[in-house]
Design a protein around this ligand. Structure first.
Ligand SMILES: *[C@@H]1O[C@H](CO)[C@@H](O)[C@H](O)[C@H]1NC(C)=O
Ligand SMILES: *[C@@H]1O[C@H](CO)[C@@H](O)[C@H](O)[C@H]1NC(C)=O
Ligand SMILES: *[C@@H]1O[C@H](CO)[C@@H](O)[C@H](O)[C@H]1NC(C)=O
Ligand SMILES: *[C@@H]1O[C@H](CO)[C@@H](O)[C@H](O)[C@H]1NC(C)=O
Ligand SMILES: *[C@@H]1O[C@H](CO)[C@@H](O)[C@H](O)[C@H]1NC(C)=O
Length: 426
């Protein structure tokens, strides 16, 4: 019921020149006291090329023309950090220019730490790694103060953590002999700079799986969780509830990437419908002219959509239209005393809405969801902490009575298949 009411009251704001601040409240994103649903597009290239490719105001205008209200920029810590071998002295300015253009069009902007270096600042092989490293802390330490004056800029702390024990994912530590930095440390790096910007915390298994997040409390606020549903046997629809969908009752969830690696579009369609049902935010991957395997949402740099791009574009347009119309319907009905039944239903909705508002007033002075250490439950027991993805995968399958259940002997093969799929992606 509450979801229906919220759908009816959902408003997308596009003129954000007079923005106050974007913040998280419960499972919602709020700006100027309106619920915001982020829907937009990922814009790659600044992760592999310090000047990006074909970046321009016009490019962002095209995205806005599709109906996007958010653009996600993928970045590389080694282009950013002065002590890095790959350092590019114009990179910070290049990034700043993009943010400025995107914000000038009234769209939100996600800065995504996409490529890192496994702690080797002298490497020429920056890329997608298992998880963040010490240099990623330095990256966020430097990025946060630059953008802390604009909460319309969100920080996606690490693009795609791979397989990791949940505790390492959260707090960092050694896994397979390598030292990693966890999401909590990246979060702290941002907040230590007194930057209140929303942070996005992606799951394990190529950013997809948030199953463990429900048990791990992140002391903090303005947190969204992120997922990357891409079509492979370990990420099909039957796993969505457990890996991220259920969490959307508690936190705002964003799929900063999703799709499939062939020219089929069924999986994408399935996901877009699911995202509408669960009010999941998203930024489709990616606005870059390549091919179905990328997967590209554009067929041409002039903004001509690919097959999957058509779907994304249609979804962006439809979402905006329907939500606005529904909202206007409510306003009209307010002035209209006919249609008794509909009105009753609507009254119900209004009451709930007012209650929401009152609740909001009560807590108006601390604008974010406060889960500081004092008021959270502790971490799980030591045994549970040791639990890794493989256990979780078995649990999921035990819980579900389905015909595709995965025995533990098959897990290795499935995981390798997923790794191969992902490696071919970028
Ligand atoms: C886009 O970028 C590619 C590679 O950098 C370049 O070859 C191409 O001409 C560019 N296209 C446009 C429309 O700018
Ligand atoms: C934030 O500060 C930067 C300088 O660090 C400035 O260029 C930018 O315009 C400011 N943005 C806002 C929204 O005030
Ligand atoms: C954040 O600040 C605290 C307190 O000064 C410090 O203990 C911690 O190491 C810092 N964390 C990061 C990631 O900078
Ligand atoms: C996609 O969906 C259509 C219509 O439901 C179906 O005919 C087709 O076989 C599906 N394609 C794949 C690859 O599953
Ligand atoms: C969060 O709660 C803690 C302890 O309850 C309090 O000290 C802190 O000021 C609160 N922070 C905010 C931003 O409300």
């Amino acid at each position: 019921m509450i979801k229906i009411i919220l759908f009816l009251t959902l408003i997308l704001i596009f003129n954000i020149n007079d923005i106050e601040s974007l913040y998280v409240k419960g499972p919602f994103l709020i700006d100027k006291d309106k619920i915001i649903l982020l829907r937009g597009i990922s814009r790659p290239s600044l992760e592999w090329y310090a000047f990006g490719e074909n970046l321009s105001l016009n490019d962002y205008k095209l995205m806005k023309g599709w109906g996007a209200n958010v653009v996600r920029l993928s970045l590389n810590q080694d282009f950013w950090l002065e002590k890095a071998k790959l350092y590019n002295k114009e990179y910070k300015e290049t990034v700043a220019k993009q943010v400025k253009m995107i914000r000038s069009l009234g769209m939100y902007c996600i800065l995504d730490l996409h490529w890192s270096d496994d702690g080797d600042i002298n490497t020429e092989q920056a890329g997608q790694k298992r998880m963040a490293d010490e240099n990623s802390i330095e990256f966020w330490k430097q990025v946060a103060p630059i953008y802390k004056n604009d909460t319309g800029v969100l920080f996606e702390l690490y693009n795609e953590p791979l397989l990791l024990p949940w505790r390492v994912w959260k707090e960092g530590g050694v896994y397979n002999g390598k030292k990693y930095i966890g999401m909590q440390q990246l979060y702290d790096a941002v907040r230590n700079q007194s930057a209140e910007n929303i942070v996005i915390i992606n799951g394990i298994r190529w950013g997809f799986d948030l199953y463990g997040a429900k048990d791990l409390v992140f002391p903090g606020y303005n947190i969204m969780f992120g997922t990357h549903p891409y079509k492979d046997p370990t990420r099909v629809k039957k796993y969505w509830d457990q890996t991220f969908g259920d969490l959307s009752d508690k936190y705002p969830i964003i799929a900063t990437e999703f799709g499939e690696f062939t020219c089929d579009t069924n999986y994408t369609k399935e996901f877009l419908d699911y995202a509408d049902m669960k009010e999941i935010h998203w930024s489709a991957w990616g606005w870059y002219k390549k091919d179905c395997a990328f997967p590209s949402v554009i067929a041409e740099w002039d903004g001509t959509p690919s097959a999957v791009g058509e779907l994304v574009k249609e979804s962006l347009t439809r979402t905006i239209k329907e939500i606005n119309i529904n909202f206007l319907d409510i306003e009209d009905k307010d002035k209209d005393n006919e249609k008794e039944k509909e009105k009753e239903e609507e009254e119900e909705g209004k009451e709930a809405k007012e209650k929401e508002k009152e609740n909001e007033k009560d807590t108006d002075h601390h604008r974010h969801h406060n889960t500081s250490k004092e008021n959270v439950t502790p971490l799980k027991s030591a045994e549970d902490e040791e639990r890794d993805f493989i256990d979780d995968f078995e649990t999921i399958d035990e819980e579900k009575d389905d015909d595709m259940s995965v025995g533990s002997s098959e897990i290795g093969a499935i995981v390798s298949a997923a790794i191969d799929v992902e490696n071919n992606k970028t």
